[in-house]
Structure formats: structure tokens, C-alpha cells
Design a protein around this ligand. Structure first.
Ligand code: NAD
Ligand code: ZN
Length: 353
């Protein structure tokens, strides 16, 4: 078992049966519910049912399109039917959708009950489950209604990755790359030396990635400054993701962020001090890990730039991005203009074609 401590809770990496029973040892909850979707119900629930045999299971449909208020209401209804009270516990067993929405539902239910995050995708293990951000989508806006609230614990078991579809694993890996690029040249050197993500020892890599996110969020829990470096690759990446959503070849989140990281690394070289050697190392590794990304969105720079204007991280009409000064050191609030973004998209298209 590895333990990574944040201010008010721990992330425990290891066997889920063990970590869950340790976490519940001295607790006396009136009721426990486990939130799952159809995939985690099948692939992950059996690993914890022996520890919480009496728990109610609340099952929702998988997918971002279900991270909504109506689904949240149905969760609350089932919590009421299960007679959950203020001394109950919610266990969120799933990817970022389950964690974000289950955490939101628990932290609003009767003004807040305890919840444990058990992330089962790579993205949720290294990113979504750490840092206390909880939210649901509203109308066309992603993560628009939500709050910061810490879980009782985050329990990470890398064995859950065995049933995760390969595309989802690769998508989550983009956040692992990002953590190295913004904070640790040592991690980056290890990752960039690999030929395939199959060579990765997930226990170690997940732990170092979580430690980076931990360090960043504990220094700036409410994203007033430094935490913005976690948005590296996301200013352009989110816009590419949104564009691709309405096209015939959608991109998974991490795939869009991989493209965004190439574009923003190019801008880091143009506008800041990132060296050409570092830029090449970043593009080479991303090309190797993501050989078959859809590049269609890169051919629509005007639409992509317009979508960047809708980012809720912008301020006063300026598009602000986190960029790299060097590998392992990032800065934030760098203003981008349309000509720069267009050049970055063109560069990304050329290096990947
Ligand atoms: N709170 C944060 O700080 C934060 C950070 C990043 C992302 N997010 C949110 O996370 C969400 C994306 O999370 P995600 O990528 O985990 O997507 P997801 O939760 O939709 O999971 C992806 C798919 O994998 C399936 N799945 C999950 N675990 C599995 C397993 N072990 N075996 C087989 N299938 C499994 C799910 O059922 C789903 O179909 C987004 O809503 C995003 O906004 C939140
Ligand atoms: Zn992301």
C-alpha cells in the first residue's frame, strides 16, 4: 500500500479490498451506497462487495451525456428510497463521471454526507479523483454546476485498469504526460524513453502522477493561481474536443489534450523559453503513443479559435493558457491571439501528418 496525504484526506494505492476495509474499520455508518455505471457494476463492483455486503447499489448509465441534474435527482431519489441519512456513506466506484457526479450528489445530500472516491479509469485515478472538484454539466456547459468538497478518502487500485478499454487507457495517459511536462523532467525522461504504454508499471507511475497533482492543488486549492498550470494542453485541447464532438470523428478527452499539448508546446517555444529539442521530444512521444488520432479538427482553425473564446478560464475577453518555460516548469495566464493559435494548429497538423 502506498499513501499520499493531502490536507484533509489520503489517497491510498493498493488492493481495494484491503484499503476499503481499513478505511471503514472505525466507522459506524447507518447506511452505505455504492454508485456504479453498467461497466463498473460488472468489472469493479465484485471487488468491493465482500467488504460492504449490505450496501445499496445505485446504478446509472455510463457516459458524459448522463452527468446531468436529472440523473443527479434520480440518485438522490434512490438515496431517499434506501433511507440514507446524514450518517450514511456514498462510495463512488467508476471513472470521472461517477466520481464528479457522485461526489456532487453526496456533498449536497442533506448538506453533505461522507463519500469515498474509488476511481476505476486511469484518468480518474491520476486526475479527477484528486483535488476536490465536483460538478455536473448544465445545458451545453461542462462542469458548470458544482463545488469544491473533499472526500473521506481516495482509494486507487491499479488492477481496475485491466478491464479498461485500451483507448480509455491511452486517453488517461495524456494527463500522466501532462503532469510530467508541467512539474517533473525526471518523470518526463522516463516516459519519453518508452516505446509503448504497455511497458509502464502503473503502480509507480500512478503514484508519481498523483503526487504532482497533490503538490499543485495543495499549494492552490481554489485555483487562484498556480493550479492553473494543470490546464496545460487544455486551452486548445478543449476546443479541439468540442469541435470533434460535433464532427464524424470525435476525440476522447485525452486524445484532444494530446493534440493540445503539441500545439501549446509549439507556442511555449514561440512565446516562452521552451527549447526546440524539448518540443521535438514532446511531439515524438505523443506521435508514438497516439499514432492514429483524427486530425480533422486541426483543419478548422477559425471554429476552434471561436470555441476557445467560450472557455470559462478566460478573463476579460483574453484567451489565457498555461505554457511550458522548460520541461518540468510551467507558467500560466499567457495571453494568446488568433494568429498564434492558427500557427500552432498548423504546426500540429504538419508534425502529425
Ligand atoms: N474533478 C476533476 O478535477 C476532473 C478532472 C478531470 C476530468 N474530470 C471529469 O472526468 C470525466 C471523465 O472521466 P473518465 O475519462 O474516467 O470517463 P468515464 O467516467 O466516462 O469512464 C470512461 C468509460 O470507462 C468505463 N469504465 C470505467 N472504469 C472501468 C473499468 N475499470 N473497466 C471497464 N470499463 C470502465 C466507464 O463505464 C465509461 O464507459 C469528465 O466528466 C471530466 O469532466 C474531472
Ligand atoms: Zn484533462
Amino acid at each position: 500500500m502506498k499513501k499520499i496525504s493531502l490536507e484533509s484526506y489520503d489517497v491510498i494505492i493498493g488492493d481495494i479490498g484491503q484499503s476499503l476495509s481499513d478505511t471503514l474499520k472505525d466507522k459506524d455508518y447507518t447506511h452505505i451506497a455504492v454508485l456504479v455505471d453498467e461497466h463498473t457494476s460488472e468489472c469493479c463492483l465484485p471487488s468491493i462487495q465482500g467488504v460492504v455486503p449490505k450496501a445499496s447499489v445505485i446504478k446509472i448509465s455510463s457516459g458524459e451525456q448522463h452527468k446531468t441534474l436529472p440523473v443527479c435527482e434520480s440518485i438522490w431519489s434512490q438515496m431517499v428510497i434506501a433511507k440514507m441519512d446524514r450518517h450514511s456513506l456514498m462510495i463512488n466506484l467508476g471513472g470521472g463521471v461517477i466520481g464528479d457526479m457522485g461526489g456532487f450528489a453526496a456533498s449536497c445530500f442533506m448538506r453533505g454526507i461522507d463519500f469515498i472516491q474509488v476511481p476505476t479509469t486511469l484518468l480518474a485515478q491520476v486526475d479527477a479523483s484528486v483535488g476536490g472538484k465536483l460538478a455536473i454539466d448544465f445545458q451545453t456547459y461542462k462542469n458548470f454546476i458544482g463545488l469544491f468538497c473533499d472526500p473521506l478518502a481516495v482509494l486507487v487500485d491499479p488492477k481496475f485498469l485491466k478491464t479498461l478499454p485500451e483507448a480509455q487507457l491511452r486517453s488517461g495517459y495524456a494527463e500522466v504526460i501532462k503532469h510530467g511536462l508541467i512539474k517533473s523532467s525526471v518523470i518526463w525522461d522516463n516516459l519519453s524513453g518508452l516505446d509503448s504504454i504497455e511497458e509502464i508499471r502503473w503502480d509507480d507511475e500512478i503514484a508519481s502522477s498523483i503526487m504532482i497533482k497533490r503538490d499543485v492543488v495543495t499549494a492552490d486549492p481554489r485555483e487562484r493561481g498556480q493550479r492553473k498550470i494543470l490546464n496545460f494542453g487544455h486551452t486548445i485541447g478543449h476546443a479541439l474536443e468540442s469541435f470533434a464532438l460535433s464532427s464524424s470523428a470525435p476525440l476522447l478527452h485525452g486524445e484532444a489534450i494530446a493534440l493540445g499539448m503539441i500545439a501549446e508546446s509549439y507556442l511555449s517555444k514561440e512565446l516562452l523559453s521552451l527549447s526546440e529539442i524539448s518540443l521535438n521530444s514532446i511531439t515524438d512521444h505523443i506521435k508514438k503513443v497516439y499514432p492514429d488520432l483524427s486530425l480533422e479538427s486541426l483543419s478548422h482553425p477559425d471554429e476552434v479559435f471561436d470555441l476557445m473564446g467560450a472557455d470559462k478560464k478566460n478573463k476579460g475577453g483574453h484567451i489565457l493558457a498555461a505554457l511550458l518555460e522548460e520541461i518540468g516548469r510551467a507558467t500560466y495566464d499567457v495571453a494568446l491571439d488568433k494568429a498564434q493559435v492558427k500557427k500552432a494548429l498548423a504546426f500540429t497538423k504538419v508534425v502529425l501528418s
